[in-house]
Design a protein around this ligand. Structure first.
Ligand code: GN1
Ligand code: MG
Length: 358
């Protein structure tokens, strides 16, 4: 029995599975599809959890169980058909645990596999539906008490914390790369104070936290054959945060005419069609927003692009210890691409605000 087969054997699968197929998705965990051995069987999704990043695997898996159970109950109550394609389902181990730890210290989990399409580009129509879907997601989780979930990565979307990590990376200059990137550092530091606005407003009691997905990259939503959002996936980072974590992260990935790691900065502009469509769908569902939260949505887009620039740049300075990279300068390329997106968002801030006001 090879290693993967051995891991699979610990989980309570309903049927036999065929040869695992590695899936290149995400920058953190390792993923495999386990196709059903027989045509009418269930397929599964196996992941090795990056426990250097998610250090509290127990808490992480409990979060996912709480969130998926909560959503599933609501879908059943609403009489939604095919609930199993609408919300992820964790498959326990034969001992009833939510993950399996190997003797080497690796952590594995299994979900029922949902057959859907993950995309990096959306049309105006699918952006509108995606806005509704993420608005509904926040709504569905709005009655979960905040302390029901742990922060699977503490301070995950706290920009003050991310800036401190950047300062530490600058100080250490572990990979000796700082001298060639002083320009980027300057661009980031001159915006730092503005970008910490949300954290200040939170401390002053003016801005609430709500449960967010915290990784609403467009490719973390599965679409059906008709191009409709079917299921929100990658629930590793669901935790309390500012609503614009989710609004901004979707725009960062979907309302960008270029790629997250585009080498050609000329490709990168704000896609206002996608921006408007998503905003319309989201605002239809997110009726819980306070006036201040709504007013800050456009700032939230800039914040998420800024935060991602800070995070990619920090990893570049640290010598690529966090994100998976495909070539040596990947994190630097990502840094420049996210910084350009931020600049583009700054240029059309007024237009974005007009769309949000409606
Ligand atoms: C990571 O694993 P993936 O690709 O869904 C990261 C997100 C970043 C994203 C950038 C736990 O998400 O926060 O926005 O890369 N997840 C974690 O593409 O750090
Ligand atoms: Mg993720």
């Amino acid at each position: 029995m090879n290693n993967i087969q051995n891991i699979i054997s610990h989980f309570a699968l309903k049927n036999e599975v065929a040869e695992p197929r590695p899936l290149k998705v995400g920058l953190i965990n390792d993923s495999y599809i386990l196709p059903a051995a027989q045509a009418d069987g269930e397929a599964y999704f196996l992941q090795r959890i990056n426990h250097h990043i998610f250090t509290n695997v127990e808490g992480l898996q409990r979060n996912i169980q709480i969130v998926t159970d909560h959503i599933r109950k609501k879908l059943i109550k609403e009489g939604i058909a095919d609930v199993d394609n609408r919300v992820l389902r964790l498959i326990p181990t034969k001992d009833g645990a939510l993950y399996h730890k190997t003797d080497e210290g690796d952590y594995w989990r299994v979900y029922r596999y949902i057959q859907g399409t993950s995309v990096d580009r959306v049309t105006a129509e699918s952006a509108y539906l995606a806005g509704k879907a993420f608005g509904q997601f926040q709504n569905q989780l709005s009655d979960l008490p905040h302390d029901a979930l742990c922060e699977s990565i503490p301070n995950f979307h706290n920009i003050e914390f991310r800036l401190q990590q950047l300062k530490d990376a600058v100080e250490a200059d572990a990979a000796g790369r700082l001298h060639a990137c002083k320009d980027i550092l300057g661009e980031l530091m001159r915006r730092a104070d503005d970008m910490c606005l949300a954290e200040r407003l939170f401390r002053e009691g003016k801005l609430p936290k709500r449960i967010n997905h915290c990784d609403t990259k467009v490719n973390n939503m599965l679409f059906d054959n008709a191009g409709k959002p079917m299921c929100i996936v990658d629930l590793d980072t669901v935790m309390p945060g500012f609503v614009f974590s989710d609004f901004g992260d979707f725009m960062r990935s979907a309302a960008n005419t270029g790629a997250e790691d585009d080498k050609d900065l000329g490709n990168i502009h704000v896609d206002l069609t996608v921006f408007s469509a998503y905003t319309e769908g989201y605002l239809e569902e997110a009726r819980f927003l306070t006036p201040l939260e709504k007013e800050l949505l456009s700032y939230g887009c800039r914040l998420l692009s800024y935060m991602q620039t800070v995070r990619f740049f920090t990893d570049w300075l640290n010598g690529d210890v966090y994100y998976k990279i495909q070539y040596p300068e990947h994190n630097l390329v990502r840094t420049y691409a996210q910084l350009r997106l931020l600049e583009e968002q700054e240029k059309c801030a007024t237009e974005m605000e007009k769309v949000i006001k409606g």
